[in-house]
Each structure stands twice: as structure tokens, then as C-alpha cells.
Design a protein around this ligand. Sequence first.
Ligand code: C5P
Length: 316
Amino acid sequence: MSRPPVPREVHVRAPGKINLALAVGRATRDGYHPLATVFQAVSLIEEVTATAAERFSLTVDGLHADRVPTDDSNLALRAARRLAEHVGIDDGVHLHVRKGVPVAGGMAGGSADAAAALLACDTLWRTGLAREELSELAATLGADVPFALLGHTAVGRGRGDLLTPALSRGEYHWTLALQDHGLSTPEVFRTFDDVVGGVGDPVPDRALLQALGSGDPDAVGAALSNDLQPAALELAPHLAETLAVAEDAGALGVVVSGSGPTVAALARSRQHAVAIAAAITAAGVADGVLTASGPVPGARVVVGERAGVPHVGDRG
Ligand code: C5P
């Protein structure tokens, strides 16, 4: 049987995430902190278009695009090079990234770009790696990259990269309060060491997992937690007001997402998420607001010419 023609261009969509719970232990000698986290992939999406090219290059547009490095430090470019090295391919690639996840917001937008770039180049170059192998490569690029490949809901252990899918019923509606000044993940972890300090071995939050399994948004809201929140608040004290305004607007739970500074408020419905967004805007306690829902799938090749078409092909 003849193989289909080699594609010249591949579109991939990958989601941002919210850590519904994030328990952090004491840093180990490699400087990383052991985590027990529950990830939910949400409908803020990064789109990566990979085009066959002799060299490696990258362009960016979309949300906060001016804050994204386009040199070799860009995680999507590093992902493409890592895959080429791994499989011994001489080709380059041009990557175009369309951002939908806030930059340096604690929602793993850069990790989503890396996951999308891996999957796009794997498809473009026909390297045909198994999902497990892509996930192992992903973990070498950053702790959150494997989850952007997997999506949906998962428990993350180790550095956050050892994933177990978790049962989750229902759809969850979020309001996300953005800040213009991002927080540096290493700095938030360093501040965590100074102001909190981790205990031994963190464990996943059972109450949260039960609430997700039974599809109980009130219980999910009550169980939202983040050990990095005091560190994020230390570095960005004004976030306390954002949390308070979202609570006053009736959010079922409010939490700093990952290393922050994005604040995620769980709403009762899509309309309620819009109402919380309006309250945050009116109070002037964020530089921007978005609404999103989850869980959504991980990185997927988009079938068809135009990225953003809802018809998607599941490679996994
Ligand atoms: O893995 P990633 O590059 O996303 O992590 C960025 C930084 O965050 C790391 O260099 C480390 O300082 C910190 N980190 C950590 N423990 C983790 C994940 C990240 O200390 N589990």
C-alpha cells in the first residue's frame, strides 16, 4: 500500500492548564521540588504550524506575543531541535506559534508550544514516535510539557511530569485574571523555599480527586489548593485583592494557577464566569480577564488547512 504524500505543513493545537491542586515538597539535590499536582487542561489554546524548511526559525502572534522570545531559547524551537537530534534528522522547520495562553502566567503556555512543536514535527518528519517516547522527550524540555501532550485531567508526580490520567465528570467554567507582569517559575520556587519550605513527600489531594470523579463543582471549588500561592503572593501582594474580588463575586473556589500570577476562579456556569470577569474588571484588580472551560484534550493534529477548525484528528 502506498503511503500518503509527505505533508509540507502541519497544524497542532495544545491546551494551557490549571493546577487544581499543587502540593510541593522539599527541593531535592537537583534543585527540583517533588510535586503532587492535579492538572486540568483548559480551552486556552496554543496553535503551532510547522512548515518544512532547511533551517530552524520561529514567528509568534496572538496573546502577549511581544513577550515571547523568538531566539534559540524559545521552548518550541528547542523542542523541534531536540526531536531532530533524537531521531537523527538533518531537516529544519519553520514554526509559527499563535498564542492563546497568557505568557509567564502559570498556565504552561510555553510548555504547550513545546508539546505542539514535538507533535507537529513528528508528523511533518514522519518520525512516528510512540506517545510514550514523545512524552519522555517532552519531560526533558520542561516539567509541564508531558501534560500538554496528554491533556484532560491527570495527577502529576515527580517534577509534575509523571502522569496518571484521573477521572473527571462534567465541564468546569473558569475566569482567569491576568497580570501584565509575569512571575518567574524558578523565582517562585525559591521564594517558596524561603517563606514556606516543603515537607517530605507530597501526596495528591484525595478530596479533590473524589470531587472530580463525582462531578461536584462545589466540592471541586472547596478543594482547590496551591502550596506555591503564599510565594506568589509574597512576590505579587496585589493578587490578594484579585482573589478577594473573585470570592465576593461568588466563585466556588479561587486559586493562583501554578507559579502564578494568573488567578483562576471556578464559576457555576459559563454566564457566571463572565459575571466574575466583569466584577474583576470593574474592581481594576487585573490587567486582563479571560474565560475558559475544561477539561479539554491534549496536543492534537488539526486536519485541514486552517488551524482553529474544530475538526481534529486524534493521533493518540
Ligand atoms: O521544568 P521547568 O523548566 O518548567 O521548570 C522551571 C523551573 O522551575 C526549574 O528550573 C526549577 O527551578 C523550578 N521547578 C522546581 N520543581 C519542579 C518544577 C520546576 O523547582 N517540580
